[in-house]
Write a protein that binds this ligand. Structure first.
Ligand SMILES: Cc1cc2nc3c(=O)[nH]c(=O)nc-3n(C[C@H](O)[C@H](O)[C@H](O)COP(=O)(O)O)c2cc1C
Length: 179
């Protein structure tokens, strides 16, 4: 199966990326194809609510022209999508929110329906602060017809601090193996 991680931390080698890399390593060990996409390296414009993607005449495609032209096919080719974002103000980073808003074409086209979605999210406070974030993803997965395949929440604040938690790294690799 194809696993795609969309990574929405601005910190290269930060806690989110470390967890994602472990998870993808686990997935590869089980023979899956694993890819990572750093969203902070992509220009993603905000959804303008033009509603073009609701019209059959548009082929249910987005009218905007930016990096999403390459990201849409990668999402569609994946069987499993990992949404990886640090917690920023009890939600995802702005870059992740830009991506989520641009998933709107998939409400009509249903092209993400049946795919598995997972959330990877480190934060200073840990799992106890992730309720709003998890609820947003769970409801969005449901709206898109995706299957909620769970989440990996971890406590870490400084860049790379998650490396001091071998049990969290183990959890990440095991989760990747179980995909
Ligand atoms: C703008 C901003 C907002 C944040 N908001 C929260 C928050 O609401 N709760 C929390 O526990 N941590 C919060 N954090 C801490 C990050 O989630 C934490 O440092 C995380 O490990 C960063 O992941 P990274 O290394 O992948 O960038 C915030 C950090 C920033 C920069």
């Amino acid at each position: 199966m194809k696993v795609l991680a969309v990574l929405a931390s601005p910190r290269k080698g930060g806690n989110t990326e470390i967890l994602v890399d472990e998870m993808l390593r686990g997935a590869e060990l089980k023979g899956h194809t694993a890819e990572k996409l750093r969203l902070y390296e992509c220009e993603i414009l905000p959804c303008l609510d033009c509603r073009g993607c609701k019209k059959p005449s548009s082929g249910y495609n987005c009218a905007l022209s930016d990096a999403m032209i390459e990201i849409y096919p990668r999402l569609e080719e994946a069987d499993i999508i990992i949404f990886a974002t640090p917690v920023y103000w009890y939600g995802p980073t702005a870059k992740m929110k830009l991506l989520i808003d641009r998933l709107r074409p998939y409400i009509a086209s249903r092209k993400l329906a049946g795919k598995k979605g997972l959330v990877v999210s480190p934060s200073e406070e840990g799992a106890s602060c992730c309720g709003p974030l998890l609820q947003m993803f769970a409801m969005s997965f449901e709206y898109l017809g995706m299957l909620n395949a769970g989440s990996l929440l971890a406590q870490a604040y400084e860049k790379g601090e998650i490396r001091n938690s071998p049990e969290e790294l183990k959890r990440a690799i095991e989760m990747g193996q179980s995909l």
